[in-house]
Design a protein around this ligand. Structure first.
Ligand SMILES: [Fe+2]
Length: 286
């Protein structure tokens, strides 16, 4: 194997491992895989090692195979049945985004607000898909599905989009860094436009950075509530909750201060991972 092939292989294993981690929230859900944190760290170091030996690559291959066999059946059967959504556990402690986002906000936001969207989506899905031909009020339940479903999915992205080790601009090792420069001219331009979008939301909503598999460009879009004003056929990569419940307890009505502070916790590793997954999806351009 050439060094380029070795590094490409290790990058693929790392990407797969992060996807596994996301699916099972391994660190939080008692899926007892030995030394998982150490495994991720090992891959990150190996990816940057320009003189990695065949033996080390083989060790990584053996361990990846072990994890793969342990998890394969669960990954393949990982669909969510109607009405069985669950609140994902936070990938960090409630207080670890402080001082930018307080523990009190995180507890309330995650445990109460997000939970209510999960419950609402489950109710809607049971009514819509498990009604056994009983007459139902379609308009009502479809509204409920859109509101609570979008709320659940956006908050799930939001938690993983943030990290205690986040912030700053994405470094050049991330593909998303180059794509932002292509589509917005510079990171500074992108940050300014996204910030303005977030501050422009009237009432409750979100600012989002989305990838369009059809135009193969990034775009900024705001959402009203969770579901209105959306740009269809795109994939959210980075989302910012600007509902008052996301900041009022700490920033009062000064949303712009919250938005400014939020940039310090953006997890570019996660945004880049979402981008790389989304990039693989290719629609015919029009
Ligand atoms: Fe929220």
């Amino acid at each position: 194997m050439t060094i380029t092939q070795k590094k490409a292989y290790i990058s693929d294993v790392l990407e797969w491992s992060r996807e596994v981690e996301r699916i099972f929230s391994i660190r939080e859900e008692n899926v007892r895989l030995s030394n998982w944190d150490q495994w991720i760290a090992q891959l990150e170091v190996a990816r940057e090692n320009n003189s990695i030996s065949e033996e080390e690559v083989q060790q990584i291959r053996d361990r990846a195979e072990y994890y793969h066999q342990s998890l394969e059946s669960r990954i393949e059967n990982n669909s969510v049945k109607p009405g069985e959504h669950k609140l994902p556990l936070l990938p960090y402690d409630y207080n670890s985004l402080e001082p930018h986002i307080s523990e009190k906000i995180m507890r309330l936001h995650h445990d109460k607000h997000h939970q209510s969207y999960v419950d609402g989506l489950n109710r809607a899905e049971r009514a819509l898909y498990l009604a056994d031909n009983q007459p139902i009020n379609y308009k009502y339940w479809l509204d409920e599905q859109a509101f609570n479903g979008s709320g659940h999915y956006l908050h799930t992205i939001f938690w993983f989009n943030m990290s205690p080790n986040g912030g700053g601009a994405p470094t050049p090792k991330y593909s998303i860094s180059k794509q932002i420069e292509n589509d917005f001219g510079s990171f500074a331009n992108f940050k300014q436009q996204f910030t303005e979008a977030a501050n422009s939301v009237q009432g409750s909503g979100w600012a989002t950075l989305v990838w369009s598999p059809r135009t193969r460009r990034l775009a900024i879009q705001t959402l009203e509530k969770h579901q209105n004003h959306a740009l269809a056929d795109t994939i959210p990569l980075l989302v910012l909750d600007v509902w008052e419940h996301a900041y009022y307890l700490q920033y009062d009505n000064e949303r712009s201060k919250y938005v400014q502070a939020w940039w310090n916790v953006v997890n570019w590793d996660d945004v880049d991972n979402r981008f790389n997954q989304s990039w693989k999806l290719k629609w015919k351009p029009f």
